[in-house]
Design a protein. Structure first.
Length: 364
């Protein structure tokens, strides 16, 4: 149940709680954050059988022993499922995600990497969370943000793009007291940082639409000031973890969304715990659309037809041998595109130790 509180300043328009699923505003459709404390993996890159055999495998959303299996029956995650009519942006902060799709793309990414998927027409993929390490726990922290496509882009080419952690647009801000805030700019302009969106046809790719996807990691007591934005965007700050913070004079706690006035600067002073926040901004697409399940299209008739197509062709278009496929044990971070191109961000096709985070220089 959402809890609203009276605004404390003209900059905070609404204050509402959220769980693992976040309410969003146009052009965003939906967002979610999952944190699971997976144990050591076995030779199947799965939890031990005695930890999962008694669960409701295939639909396990209740945390037991610190983790969930979701729709996975061996490896946790989401076996083959559809997306149609929008984009997904997924960041794996810790742990790995293995993906395979109907276009023929496959990947393993994690430890700060991100993937941008344009599912403008019928698109299916699996996203599995392999427990790649047998000698230590496999914590997994994933955020996924769904961005709508305008009607004229629905039905265009599907595509997958990778954003490797080594190439992220990142800065470390040092406040007057020497406390740090790491700022990850995934899309749009933040101050003097610009992160281009990989698909030029995306609503987020046009600077006039003012789309921003930014994440803040704030040390205890750290202070930053979020620059003013253009007036026509929706602007929401998601306080994902930490204790408390003062946002534009408003006393906020983690687990809450703050709808912010876009055209004013937003000072943030963190409390006594390290905090993590996401900023989502963007001008609304403003087109009437219909949605059901994994489909967002023009009207109800188009959605019904799409759902029928998905049901009729569900397994016929899947090019892989199983619907919950994971990469082999020991696989590194990589992507292999349907056209045969390959990328190994750390330059090593062998080995799979987690990459070191890029050394981010701090500045005042």
């Amino acid at each position: 149940m959402a809890l609203f509180r009276k605004k404390a300043s003209g900059a905070v328009l609404r204050y509402v709680d959220f769980g693992s699923h976040w309410d969003t505003e146009d052009p965003f459709l939906f967002a979610s954050h999952h944190r699971d404390e997976y144990p050591k993996g076995n030779r199947q890159q799965a939890p031990p059988l005695d930890m999962i055999g008694w669960r409701n495998l295939g639909h396990d959303y209740k945390k037991h022993d610190g983790f969930r299996m979701y729709h996975g029956k061996v490896v946790p995650g989401f076996p083959m499922h559809a997306h149609w009519g929008y984009e997904t942006f997924t960041v794996a902060e810790t742990g790995y995600i293995d993906t395979f799709d109907t276009e023929g793309n496959q990947s393993r990414f994690g430890f700060g990497d991100a993937q941008w998927v344009t599912a403008s027409s019928k698109y299916q993929h699996c996203e599995m969370y392999p427990l790649a390490f047998e000698d230590r726990p496999n914590p997994n922290d994933i955020t996924q943000i769904m961005i709508n496509l305008p009607l004229e882009m629905k039905g265009s080419e599907n595509r997958v793009d990778m954003l490797w952690s080594e190439d992220m647009n990142t800065v470390c801000h040092l406040d007057g007291s020497g406390r740090k805030t790491k700022i990850f700019v995934y899309a749009g302009t933040y101050g003097d940082i610009y992160a281009p969106v990989p698909n030029p046809g995306s609503w987020a790719a046009d600077p006039e639409h003012g789309v921003k996807i930014v994440q803040f990691y704030m040390e205890p007591g750290a202070e930053i000031s979020v620059p003013a934005s253009q007036k026509n965007v929706s602007r929401n700050l998601y306080f994902v973890s930490g204790g408390s913070a003062v946002v534009a004079g408003f006393d906020a706690v983690s687990g809450y969304r703050l709808k912010l006035r876009p055209e004013v600067e937003i000072p943030i002073k963190n409390g006594d715990e390290a905090s993590r926040m996401w900023l989502l901004e963007g001008a609304p697409i403003g087109q009437k659309m219909s949605s059901f399940g994994p489909v967002v299209l023009k009207d109800d008739m188009a959605v019904r037809q799409a759902m029928k197509d998905i049901r009729n062709d569900e397994y016929g278009v899947w090019p892989w041998n199983i619907i919950d496929k994971a990469q082999p044990r020991g696989a590194p971070r990589f992507v292999m595109y349907a056209d045969g191109r390959e990328e190994y961000p750390d330059g090593r096709p062998e080995g799979f130790e987690p990459p070191e985070k890029r050394n981010i220089q701090c500045r005042e």
